[in-house]
Structure formats: C-alpha cells, structure tokens
Design a binder for this molecule. Sequence first.
Ligand code: NAP
Length: 243
Amino acid sequence: MGSAKQKIAVVTGANRGIGFEVCKELAGLGIRVVLTSRKEAKGRAACQQLTGMGLPVEFHQLDVRDKDGIHRLSDYLKSQYGRCDILVNNAGIFPDSRDASGDDWPSVLDAAVDTVRAAMETNVYGPMQVSQAVVPLMMANNYGRIVNLSSGMGQLTYMGGHCPGYRISKTGINALTRIFSEELKGHNILVNSMCPGWVKTEMGGSGATRELPEGADTAVWLATLPDGGPSGKFFRDRKEFEW
Ligand code: NAP
C-alpha cells in the first residue's frame, strides 16, 4: 500500500487499448492504479506488464455490468485505502457490426433494439453504477476526478447516421457527465467526457490514425486536473469539444 497521500485511480476495461495506456501513464505519475478488467487472466497479465516496469499497479476483477462486482470493488477501495481519487470509465463496446458483405454499417431503420440495449448496458449503465459506487469515497475526501470515455460519434451537434447502438450510448454517457457534474458541484469532484480520436486498438482497428499515447493523453490530463478545473464538459485534444 502507498502512503496515505498517494492518489488512488480506478480504470475500467484496462486489460488492453486506451485503458491500459491510461493505467501506464497514471502510474508513471506516481498514482496507485487499480487496473480492472472483466477477464481475470487478461487483466492479471496486463497488470504484470506494468508492475514489471516498476509501476504502482494492482489488479481487481470488474465487469462493469455486474452490480455485485462493482460493490465488491468499492468495498475493497474503502477497506484498503479509504479513498478513490480518480475513476476513468473506459470500458466500452462497439456492438454495431457491418452487414454480411462487410460494406454497410447498421441502419437505425432496422437495427435490433438488443444491440442498442447491449451498448447501453456497458457504455452507460456500467459507468453510471461504477460512478455511484465510488462517489461516496470521493465525497468523503472532498476530492474526485471522473473521466468518461465518449466519442465524436456521440456528438449531437454533428450526429450522423448508422451505428445507433454506439452513437446513442455515447450521447448517453455525455448526459451522465453533465448530470453527475451538476450534482457534485461543491465537492471538488470534476466530471468530464472526452473523445480520444480514432485510435489503433481492437475497437479502432489498424487503419486508425492515432497511437495509444495520443488517445490516452486527454483522459490522463482530465484525471489529474487541478482543483477548480473544468467540470461537466466534453474534450478532445485537451480542448473543449461541442456536445
Ligand atoms: P478496446 O481495445 O476494444 O478495449 C475495450 C476494453 O473494454 C477492453 O478491455 C474490454 O475487455 C473492455 N470491456 C468491454 N466490455 C466490458 C465490461 N462489460 N466490463 C469491463 N470491461 C469491458 O477499445 P478502446 O479503443 O481501447 O476503447 C476504450 C474506450 O474508448 C471505449 O469506451 C471506446 O468507446 C472509446 N473510444 C475509442 C475510440 C477508438 O478509436 N479506439 C474512439 C472513440 C472512443 P475485453 O478484453 O474483456 O473485451
């Protein structure tokens, strides 16, 4: 366990991709990171990679759709550290798959509601319940930073067609950002959404334009905002982004 003042960060869906990079960078700043993943073996292997680099990272299993698991995590944080300073709601799925020809993205005209429901479970209800579980610990210490991984595909201003599951869920997480931020005013808990850009991960694919550090940069910046920093905003490349 670190010193009483060492900050504690939780990152969801961190066994690979942007979440893993966020863990690496936060730990590189001396923050104790609880790397979580739904699959234990994958999460432990990812964690070992970082501890092998001498970074202060530990593993905790968490499927963001599992309410009991979320409570087990918050109980652990409370008993072990009495705090949770940073939450990065990174876990996400892109459930809208192309048609059999591989050409067309799914249309809202015939998309299955189950696809949208799956996206909402992981990308909205998950972050909502994980946030609900850790906010009391943040309030108790009058300090918190919550970063919600959103996407330009959830931007209402420039909303395009197709992929309704992912789009609706990312608009949903943006709404969560605003609601949590409003209700947490006065507690020094800053809640923001960010878009990482198009990043080379399993979700982004090999054609993506950004490497992991660029994708993680704004999330790490928001996770370490100074007191009095912005809250209830949407960012990309550390700049405010239209909702
Ligand atoms: P990724 O490589 O596909 O990683 C997604 C992570 O989420 C994986 O670790 C996955 O775990 C985890 N996950 C999925 N469902 C989960 C659940 N129920 N509980 C816990 N973990 C779960 O994707 P990424 O590109 O790093 O994406 C990270 C975040 O950035 C997502 O929220 C995504 O929407 C957002 N984003 C990405 C891009 C991009 O271009 N890559 C663009 C905009 C926004 P498993 O390994 O077990 O599947």
